[in-house]
Design a protein around this ligand. Structure first.
Ligand SMILES: Cc1cc2nc3c(=O)[nH]c(=O)nc-3n(C[C@H](O)[C@H](O)[C@H](O)COP(=O)(O)OP(=O)(O)OC[C@H]3O[C@@H](n4cnc5c(N)ncnc54)[C@H](O)[C@@H]3O)c2cc1C
Length: 630
């Protein structure tokens, strides 16, 4: 009770400006503090002047560019403005925000202050929430790869567009991708890449093979037939800087892989400029909640909320859902995937999927995700993609993969698809990489080179992470002890390592034909879990070739279109390299074209359309030539 009263007095003192009287004053100077972000440690520099928090600068971090940017800019500024660490986290970058706040609290402690007294929320005068109403021809929900493509295409076709994005920045999961695209059927492929044997049929064959024939054939046909026109539009009309991709992956049976200069981040920024330049309206931190429908069930807008808690009612003639996947919401995936780690973007919560299902939309392949091996669970259900570290270590050391019985089960140098399937088949769907001292040094070196973690200490800290009683890493001079810590049968593992070292001596892996690069030697031994990880969901809403969203009976829901990951089926059970991004861009363009074509131009051409009549006529010709399969 007394403690509570003291704290209350101190808090009151803080806000009455007489902090010095109640608590030790902050000593002027510059202090360094650390906190834990999404990808590891965040370091800030705090300057105290006249006993106040004068500046906060993040001086070191390993957070993901494009996703953490808003938090890195906004949270330090807010802390200084409010003289409090109890500021709001930035949506979609909560872990980064919390890491910055913890680092400032640490620095406050070093400045002689009590962080608890700065962790009190300043209550400002709350503005009453209002209802904001806007109207446009088309509302696009989600400003990732597919949404930006749809919004720009619809604007170039003379339609007014409002693009809403729930995060403080555009980009979604697209921010993280390399920006590759297939060139099948484009002028660019024929004339610049000099490829003539490619065709929609050949591309479709590749897509079906990699997708294990779980694809929706309607969408495969559409994307392979339409991508050429979209590529020419991007390169020739919009001048987006595509060229042959730096890495040509072997899963494509023709020369068709393009890459954009500056990865997808550059694509997104260029498209945003074009969109805004044509008069498009972008509303950030505006989250769609439900559709507005008319008496006939036609979708005529979106109800959303903004960061200030206002209701935003956007009415339109059509809505294009481009809200991405649902991988961040594990509850939407089958229970068999409970051990799989998500390493995509936290905003992928399936909002659009849920909104459309409320209108009885049909779905396809909701149990399929794009999987990779070698994830390390650094926070519950979320993982680091440690593939390069494991792959390099396996190529140049005697490290092995075992299951929880301590048995090897695969050629450690097999392709990622084989490793994923082999991992899924193990008793707990987990592989364990067993490393001696030399192998660990390689693992550390590659992890640092790839900036997987900010420093070696962050890797050592994996021993402290335990998920549901299951540690991420064990380290010990005794192999048996390390095995026991990880829940691996120690007898089984010892037998396996003896047998492995014998085969290494004989120069032949009689069990899995691995190329011999050494055995397991001196400890300390480290064992790190390797879980299946995924970023992209492959299933979603059912759509026709024009990206009209279909209901459970297969009938188009009037006024509703979809693009990107919210629409399922195009990539089946797995996607070829470049195909997720190709799908996002092509489906965005096609959804916009279909929506515009379906709108039917009003008899009385409105003022804006009169001004753009010539452009409109040209655009209509393009719509017709693009929409053969729609
Ligand atoms: C780490 C990583 C690497 C990848 N690498 C590649 C690669 O190299 N090649 C490849 O082809 N693919 C790759 N992919 C996959 C590819 O990036 C995605 O499939 C594609 O970008 C999805 O585009 P999208 O427009 O559907 O979704 P996103 O780009 O995720 O866009 C959806 C947007 O909608 C917003 N949103 C969601 N709900 C709402 C709402 N209620 N209101 C308003 N806005 C909302 C989201 O915040 C987001 O900005 C990668 C993915 C990840 C995570």
């Amino acid at each position: 009770m007394i403690g509570k009263t003291m704290a209350a007095l101190a808090v009151a003192a803080l806000f009455s400006g007489s902090l010095a009287a109640a608590t030790p004053a902050l000593k002027d100077g510059t202090y360094t503090g650390t906190g834990s972000g999404r990808n590891g440690e965040i370091t800030v520099e705090l300057t105290v002047k006249a006993g106040k928090l004068a500046t906060v600068n993040v001086v070191r971090h390993g957070e993901t560019a494009g996703i953490s940017d808003a938090a890195l800019a906004r949270v330090p500024a807010e802390i200084v403005a409010q003289q409090s660490t109890a500021v709001d986290a930035v949506t979609g970058a909560t872990m980064t925000s919390e890491g910055i706040k913890a680092a400032v609290a640490d620095a406050i402690r070093q400045a002689g202050g009590d962080p608890a007294l700065f962790a009190v929320k300043k209550v400002g005068k709350k503005q009453a929430a209002k209802t904001i109403k806007e109207n446009a021809d088309i509302v696009v929900v989600g400003a990732g790869g597919s949404g930006m493509s749809a919004a720009v295409r619809a604007e170039t076709l003379g339609k007014s567009v409002i693009l809403i994005e729930k995060m403080p920045t555009i980009g979604g999961a697209t921010v993280l991708n390399a920006g590759t695209l297939i060139a099948t059927g484009s002028r660019y492929q024929r004339e610049v890449m000099k490829e003539t044997k490619d065709s929609p049929e050949l591309a479709a064959e590749d897509i079906f093979r990699v997708g294990k024939h779980k694809n929706d054939p309607v969408l495969v046909r559409m994307v392979t037939e339409r991508v050429g026109g979209v590529v020419d539009w991007l390169i020739d009309d919009l001048k987006i800087p595509y060229g042959p991709a730096a890495t040509q992956y072997p899963d494509h049976s023709a020369n068709r892989q393009l890459g954009v200069t500056g990865r997808s981040v550059n694509y997104l920024n260029l498209m945003r400029e074009k969109f805004l330049g044509m008069g498009g309206k972008l509303l950030l931190e505006t989250r769609a909640q439900s559709f507005i429908t008319d008496a006939n069930g036609r979708v005529v807008g979106v109800k959303a909320t903004d960061a200030a808690g206002n209701t935003v009612e956007l009415t339109s003639k059509a809505v294009i859902l481009a809200s991405g996947g649902f991988g961040a919401d594990q509850s939407m995936l089958p229970p068999s995937m409970k051990n799989y780690l998500f390493y995509g973007v936290d905003g992928e919560t399936g909002d659009g999927l849920k909104m459309a299902r409320a209108l009885n939309a049909g779905t396809i392949n909701l149990d399929l995700v794009k999987m990779y091996p070698q994830g390390v669970e650094t926070r519950p259900h979320h993982g680091l993609a440690a593939t390069a570290s494991s792959t390099d270590t396996m190529k140049a050391s005697g490290a092995i993969y075992v299951n929880n019985r301590g048995e090897r089960f695969v050629d450690e140098n097999a392709g990622l698809g084989v490793l994923t399937e082999a991992t899924v088949a193990q008793p707990d769907s987990i592989a364990y990489i067993v490393m001696d001292k030399a192998a660990w040094e390689k693992y550390v070196a590659k992890s640092l080179e790839d900036k997987l973690v900010p420093d070696a200490a962050a890797l050592d800290a994996w021993t402290k992470i335990v998920n549901n009683g299951h540690p991420v890493m064990a380290v010990s001079d005794s192999l048996e002890e390390a095995a026991r810590t990880m829940g691996i049968d120690p007898v089984g593992l010892t037998k396996t390592v003896t047998h492995w070292n014998e085969m290494v001596k004989a120069g032949k892996d009689a069990d899995f034909s691995r190329k011999i690069t050494g055995g397991l030697g001196e400890g300390p031994y480290r064992i790190v879990e390797q879980k299946v990880r995924y970023q992209t969901t492959l299933g979603g809403l059912k759509a026709d070739a024009g990206l009209r969203i279909l209901d459970t009976a297969g009938k188009a829901i009037p006024g509703l279109y979809g693009a990107g990951c919210v629409v399922g089926g195009a990539n089946g059970a797995d996607s070829m390299t470049a195909m997720m991004n190709s799908w996002a861009i092509v489906s965005g363009v096609v959804a916009a074209e279909t929506a515009v074509a379906d709108l039917k131009y009003p008899r009385k051409i409105r003022h804006k359309e009169k001004r753009t009549a010539r452009r409109l006529a040209r655009a209509c010709r393009t719509v017709r030539s693009f929409s053969g399969s729609g």
